[in-house]
Design a protein around this ligand. Structure first.
Ligand SMILES: [Mg+2]
Length: 272
């Protein structure tokens, strides 16, 4: 990860954003950022107030989007009813365009291989490991049995080597995904091209790539401001927090932080 510049004062970040609202964007990871982490990934919903803040923000700034490892269809379900909200699933392998999930063709070709890996994982890994088949990605969750971590990582590494897949480590999870280019960093770099202000909220290792993308753009373009917000947790340590401008204690506190931003917009006449 890139080294960090000095963190920006919050009020400065907010006023710089309000001053260029139409060219500002807010990007959010989902799990651990606007939703709690739970043992059963299927049971997760956004924290209270998150959807409402996204709706308001989407009316105030040029771009608001979710950048997640979840399938795009899941994001659609959980965040239905927020107009103008960009949804990117499976690290950008999927996006939602006009209400329909679009999958990158290159990634789609790997579906049979991923299906085989999911079946192998269910058969070969310890029963406490939750195998989540995301169609184009398999997530191996060991949250219910942290001691299985070594076995899961070894199994995933061997499968990745055997089949040419890519590994992604996260909070109590290892994911196997197609070896196609692209991650949260390349996605955020692309989606912020037309913006002069971009905020990214994340909690996990893969979000560090998005932080790096904002930092890289700042280095190339002094007019650009990338504001990095880490949501703290005991699992990724402070690696992400060290690179962040701001840290939020838990996903439940993300709406309150957004309220500060929203209030600043409302207090500024003719924000544009
Ligand atoms: Mg996350």
């Amino acid at each position: 990860m890139a080294t960090s510049r000095a963190p920006l004062p919050f009020t400065e970040a907010v006023s710089a954003t309000v001053a260029q609202s139409t060219r500002s964007g807010f990007f959010f990871d989902f799990d651990g950022t606007i939703a709690p982490i739970m043992r059963d990934p299927a049971a997760v919903f956004p924290v209270p107030g998150a959807v409402e803040r996204l709706r308001v923000l989407a009316e105030l700034v040029g771009r608001v989007a979710i950048v997640s490892a979840r399938p795009a269809a899941f994001l659609c379900e959980r965040l239905a009813g927020v107009p103008r909200l960009g949804l990117f699933g499976l690290y950008g392998m999927q996006s939602v365009v006009d209400g329909r999930v679009r999958t990158e063709a290159e990634a789609g070709a790997w579906a049979p291989v991923i299906a085989r890996v999911a079946a192998d994982a269910a058969r070969e890994l310890p029963g406490e490991v939750l195998v989540e088949d995301k169609a184009l990605m398999v997530a191996l969750h060991y949250r219910s049995s942290p001691s299985a971590r070594g076995a899961v990582e070894r199994w995933a590494s061997a499968k990745a080597a055997e089949l040419g897949l890519r590994e992604q480590y996260g909070r109590m999870v290892v994911e196997l995904r197609p070896p196609v280019e692209g991650d949260k960093g390349t996605l955020v770099a692309r989606e912020t091209e037309a913006l002069t202000r971009a905020w990214y909220f994340g909690d996990d290792l893969s979000d560090g790539r998005a932080f790096d993308a904002l930092r890289g753009r700042e280095e190339r373009d002094p007019a650009f401001l990338g504001i990095r917000v880490a949501v703290a947790n005991g699992e990724t340590g402070d690696e992400l927090a060290r690179l962040a401008d701001f840290t939020i204690d838990a996903p439940e506190h993300t709406p309150a932080m957004l309220d500060h931003v929203i209030r600043a917009f409302r207090a500024t006449p003719y924000a544009g």
